[in-house]
Design a protein around this ligand. Structure first.
Ligand SMILES: C[S@@+](CC[C@H](N)C(=O)[O-])C[C@H]1O[C@@H](n2cnc3c(N)ncnc32)[C@H](O)[C@@H]1O
Length: 158
């Protein structure tokens, strides 16, 4: 993934640590209509796509009571992303911005976040709407969305 020929002018690559600090269990896969990164919407807010979360059956009991929520957060692992850029030049910006000031999948830990609509739970399969990732993207976690905690309608952004 650390292919210097793929970077844009102004982007900055770093050396990553030699060892990982922790391990992660992928708890399932996200099924979407998008076969490649170029097929994907830019973000979940620009997506009306319906997909499925295929949870590993061993975690099915952890879904108890989730059906009461209309929206959930998905945390997923952008497995096709490089991890070594600290400044990136998004095509729509044309100038560098720090990785932690971007929603880019390219980051030291390529964890993405989407707040999706939960349409249905069928066993260990969740039907969701508003997803933006490549078909087969590994899932790291599911959390309920709380409007009272997670929503800041007047939050500042550039
Ligand atoms: C800008 S990111 C936003 C992800 C997430 N909604 C967030 O805000 O953290 C979405 C883009 O990541 C890319 N992408 C999707 N799935 C990916 C994957 N499995 N690995 C690497 N890149 C991916 C696609 O180009 C997609 O348009």
């Amino acid at each position: 993934m650390a292919d210097a020929s793929q970077i844009r002018s102004g982007e900055i690559i770093i050396s990553l640590p030699e060892a990982y600090d922790a391990g992660v269990y992928f708890i399932g896969r996200i099924r979407t209509p998008f076969k490649t990164r170029d097929d994907c919407p830019k973000n979940s807010a620009q997506s009306d796509a319906v997909g499925q979360v295929e949870l590993e059956p061993r975690y099915a009991l952890a879904l108890k009571d989730l059906e009461h929520y209309s929206h959930i957060h998905l945390l997923y692992w952008m497995h096709e992303a490089r991890r070594d850029l600290v400044q990136q030049v998004p095509a729509h910006l044309g100038h560098p911005r720090g990785t932690f000031a971007l929603r880019s999948p390219v980051r030291p830990n390529p964890i993405a976040l989407a707040t999706v609509e939960l349409l249905k739970i069928d066993g260990a399969t969740l039907v969701i709407r508003r997803i933006d990732c490549v078909d087969g993207t590994p899932l790291v976690d599911i959390k309920p969305y709380f409007a009272s905690v997670d929503s800041f309608p007047h939050a500042r952004r550039p």
